[in-house]
Design a protein. Structure first.
Lengths: 496, 456
């Protein structure tokens, strides 16, 4: 099934896909007469209005790179996933830069998103009219969702459940359950729709037509009430991947009419046991091999004189990763996973392999066959939790120095050609008023010293800052490294 | 930048009116002085039209521009800016009598933005009287100067003003339009004599008719702010270019910043020096243990001190001017300790690199110099940089990207632009239609299979 779906790329599927669609895989009964459908929809509305909630929160939002961020109240739709009141929302809340007014959400590369993801004063509105304060408790970056906890005392809530088997085919009739915004709502809107396309990996999911003004956070369910997907975002074609200009993306936001009439739903299987996977302290970590990959096309294989016709070229092996521990090196060609050949001969096939690794989970052993210098070798990699990436790294804002930094992460080290034992913290937002600064300190610079004190990590910076707070110097000299260059700059702290 | 003749003449008019009204005797003298100075310089003025290769979107094209220059010796050498003619394949030079003569490039120096050309006068033709080079150190702020040249190709134009500043420092990250760093070794003369595109390479002249600077740039979004390279620097560089074709410079791998507000931190109030902000890996300075945060107190027995940025070029220049391979004594302050060290200078090497087109593969590439590797934070300078990829060409279809670093061709290492060029010619005349480039894209390796785009 999966391999057939791979070909049905959503841009091409559309109407032709509808005509050619096979019968729905799971429904218990044939399509129902219209009256019966109405009854079903009503039942679905009754069922899911207990679990769909509106989340309101305050956040710093940058509408453009030219304007300073301003705090705004934003809303999104969430679903209750545990009786204790855990609410799942799209992780897009971390990227408010990706949102446009009235909630049409569009995903952009993290590098384009510059917003401060600090969320405050969250409140959750249930459709029975009750309202509770809530706390953002974490994020599952792989499933791309975030979780709030309702501070609702002893109340027992009605959660939804996601099944691993739920699936839908192109053309299948589904129901979109979204929230209508104020002033009409919040109220559940029920909409009969069809799956327009099943998108291939790595962004596996369903394109579903919808008239919902804000489909992000909506549920897509089958007529029998099984949840098929959770609407993660609206995706739009990215103009030109070769364009290095982030403003090119911005123009898309600006030009986009509200409600493009189509939502993207991640499949229910991505959210199985969502409540169990809720990060207690850290985000959920799935299996990580620690490599960067390129598809071995048949042309490349032939030109390189390799015995395999498909596979994965390793372009980078992260330091101290499971792949490195298993002895894999840059230039090795993975050709077998378990007993199966790795059928990756196009770049777009890599997602399927990556997904397999993700799902294998921490501590599972992958036995890999690979080619090195033409010779067949094998290795066993024990998957580890993925390390925190720059995008998810903890940040620290030092108000007195007008400075925001984040922890060093494995991906920053790799792209900066630094050793794993490198110390320091990464500047996210440099102070505005600095002096003695020939290079203009910039985001991405590595802060390694404050005054006389070396800064190894966020904790050691906290200690240094505490000391500074007691001595309150007129001036603090900071030493940063940028690649193989370095410089000092001075900040006049604001002690008021 | 727009060129506003009306504004210029109004301004000149008001200067004249002011001077005439307030001090008629001086005005008379000033006018005479201007005309006399003009007459001394004008015959030696030339208009320089370079024909250069420009590379854009993965292709090489010919381009031309316009700049100014002036004859400064009896051999027919012409001074101009590197950014005007430093990369010229061919030169069309127009003398002040409107006669066109051929010329050749003798040498160019991007770091000071100076190039020297040589006129190839037809037999029997007399060289105009060269300009006299003055002393830029003797200039005063407020002193009258005039700029001559071809702003916007308007030949033999003269503008007039004063020296606004004589030690303006433009940061050493300043770049020429070709992307090369410039200005590390000199401060600039700032003037309000109008300097517009095309003035580049022309002389800045004092009232005695001596050249005190080479006009090099204006300021975008501003008027009455132009910059000239002091002639005392120009004189040295020109001599090196004529003698060697390039300017040999020493290098230690140090970059500095002024003490300014850092003085307190470095407890430097009583110990004047210059703060070492960066020590390049694998440099002479690193090998003797100099570290970022040290302070350089003296170099070859002479004090080195920089409280403000404009004092930095002098220190950089002093190091650069040391004969290559010299053993040099330096004094370093580290905290309260003073270290006496001996360090051996090395040749600085080229800062920029050439670009080359690989037409049937559909991209252009540049060599990677030590400085480029530093700037782009590469671990080393092996390989060549992909500078441009021709849309819909062979490399484009194979998803080669600008910024990729080619490290191997059909699995044989590529160390330099010349080596890639040799391979290219071999492939281009051979039978094979596919070539495998191994590239580094940031930290990650990629394999790019290019199917050459042969027309026949």
């Amino acid at each position: 099934m999966r391999t057939e779906l791979l070909g049905a790329f959503f841009l091409l599927a559309g109407i032709a896909g509808v005509a050619a669609a096979p019968a729905p895989a799971s429904p218990a009964s044939p399509p129902a007469p219209i009256d019966e459908t109405a009854d079903r929809l009503e039942a679905l509305e009754k069922r899911y209005k207990q679990s769909l909630v509106q989340v309101r929160y305050r956040q710093q939002v940058s509408r453009s790179t030219a304007e300073p961020p301003a705090e705004e109240e934003l809303t999104t739709t969430g679903v209750i996933v545990s009786p204790t009141g855990i609410v799942m929302v799209s992780a897009m809340i971390y990227e408010p830069f990706n949102q446009v007014p009235h909630g049409v959400g569009i995903r952009f590369p993290a590098s384009v998103s510059r917003a401060d993801a600090t969320i405050s004063e969250a409140r959750i509105l249930l459709l029975d009219g009750t309202e509770y304060p809530a706390t953002l408790i974490g994020r599952d970056p792989d499933a791309d969702v975030a979780f709030f906890r309702i501070d609702g005392g002893e109340r027992e809530f009605t959660p939804v459940s996601f099944g691993a088997e739920a699936d839908a085919s192109v053309g299948e009739q589904v129901v979109v359950l979204s929230l209508l915004p104020e002033p009409i709502g919040p109220a559940v809107a029920v909409e009969l729709s069809r799956v327009q396309a099943v998108t291939p990996l790595p962004q596996a999911g369903y394109m579903v037509s919808t008239g919902a003004p804000d489909p992000v956070g909506s549920l897509v369910v089958s007529l029998d009430g099984t949840i098929i997907g959770f609407m993660d975002a609206l995706t739009v074609p990215v103009p030109d991947t070769r364009s290095r200009n982030p403003l090119a993306f911005l123009s898309v936001i600006r030009d986009l009419p509200k409600g493009v009439g189509r939502g993207f739903a991640r499949p229910a299987r991505d959210f199985v046991d969502a409540s169990a996977r809720i990060p207690e302290t850290d985000p959920v970590r799935r299996g990580w091999l620690g490599v960067e990959m390129q598809a071995l096309t048949s042309d490349l294989a032939e030109h390189m004189g390799l015995s395999a016709a498909s596979g994965i070229l390793l372009g980078y092996v992260y330091r101290n990763s499971p792949a490195e521990k298993a002895g894999l090196q840059v230039g090795d060609v993975l050709v077998e996973l378990g007993e199966e050949p790795i059928a990756v001969s196009r770049e777009e096939d890599i997602g399927a392999f990556a997904e397999t690794v993700l799902r294998a989970g921490v501590d599972s052993e992958l036995s890999l066959g690979y080619l090195r210098d033409g010779a067949r070798q094998s290795a066993t990699a024990v998957l580890e939790p993925a390390p925190i990436s720059a995008r998810e790294a903890e940040t620290l804002k030092v108000g007195e120095l007008d400075l925001t930094v984040r922890a060093l992460t494995y991906d920053y080290l790799a792209t900066s050609f630094l050793d794993p034992d490198q110390k320091g913290v990464v500047i996210v937002q440099p102070p505005v008023a600095v002096s003695s600064n020939p290079n203009r300190v910039a985001p991405g610079d590595l802060l390694v010293r404050v005054g006389e004190r070396a800064v190894d990590d966020l904790d050691s910076l906290r200690v240094v800052i505490e000391e500074i707070r007691t001595t309150q110097p007129d001036e603090v000299v900071i030493f940063v490294e940028r690649g193989r260059e370095s410089f000092f700059f001075a900040v006049k702290p604001d002690w008021s | 930048m727009s060129f506003d003749t009306k504004k210029l003449s109004l301004w000149l008019g008001s200067v004249a009116a002011l001077v005439l009204g307030v001090a008629p005797v001086t005005a008379q003298t000033l006018q005479e002085q201007i005309l006399a100075a003009r007459d001394k310089v004008t015959p030696a003025l030339v208009n320089v039209q370079p024909i250069t290769d420009v590379y854009s979107s993965g292709e090489r094209r010919s381009a031309t521009g316009v700049g100014s220059g002036f004859i400064f010796d009896n051999e027919g050498h012409v001074l101009t800016n590197y950014h005007v003619a430093g990369k010229a394949k061919r030169l069309i030079i127009t003398m002040s009598n409107k006669q066109r003569v051929p010329g050749v490039l003798v040498g160019g120096d991007p770091l000071t933005d100076i190039a020297v050309l040589k006129l190839e006068l037809p037999v029997g033709q007399v060289l105009p009287t060269p300009v006299a080079l003055g002393d830029s150190d003797a200039l005063d702020v407020g002193e009258y100067v005039m700029a001559l040249g071809s702003p916007l190709a308007l030949q033999r134009s003269l503008s007039f003003g004063v020296v606004s500043s004589k030690d303006r420092y433009l940061p050493d990250s300043f770049k020429l339009p070709s992307g090369e760093k410039t200005g590390s070794f000199n401060t600039w003369i700032q003037t309000d004599a109008a300097i517009n595109p095309g003035n580049s390479g022309g002389p800045l002249v004092n009232l005695r008719g001596e050249v005190v600077g080479v006009n090099a740039r204006g300021a975008f979004g501003a008027s009455s702010i132009g910059f000239a390279i002091p002639v005392n620097i120009v004189r040295e560089v020109a001599k090196q270019l004529i003698d060697n074709g390039h300017v040999p410079r020493s290098w230690l791998g140090l970059t500095f910043q002024p003490r300014e507000e850092l003085a307190q931190y470095f407890e430097a109030d009583s110990v004047p020096g210059v703060v070492i902000r960066s020590v390049e890996p694998d440099s002479p300075a690193e090998r003797v243990g100099i570290r970022a945060g040290d302070m350089l107190l003296s170099y070859r027995g002479e004090r080195t001190s920089a409280q403000f940025t404009e004092e930095l070029p002098g220190i950089y220049k002093r190091i650069a001017d040391t004969p290559i391979g010299s053993d040099v004594d330096v004094a370093i302050a580290r905290g309260r300790d003073v270290l006496e060290l001996r360090v051996t200078t090395e040749e600085r090497g080229q800062s920029s690199s050439d670009e080359m087109e690989y037409e049937s593969w559909g991209f252009t590439a540049r060599g990677i110099t030590r400085e480029l590797a530093l700037e782009f934070n590469l671990p080393d300078s092996t390989g060549v940089f992909v500078a441009g990829v021709k849309p819909n060409g062979a490399a484009f279809r194979a998803q080669l990207f600008p910024g990729d670093r080619i490290v191997a061709i059909d699995e044989a290492p590529v160390a330099s632009l010349d080596q890639l060029g040799a391979s290219y010619r071999e492939y281009d005349s051979g039978e094979r239609e596919k070539v495998l480039l191994t590239v580094m894209r940031r930290h990650s390796r990629r394999w790019i299979l290019i199917e050459a785009n042969y027309a026949n």
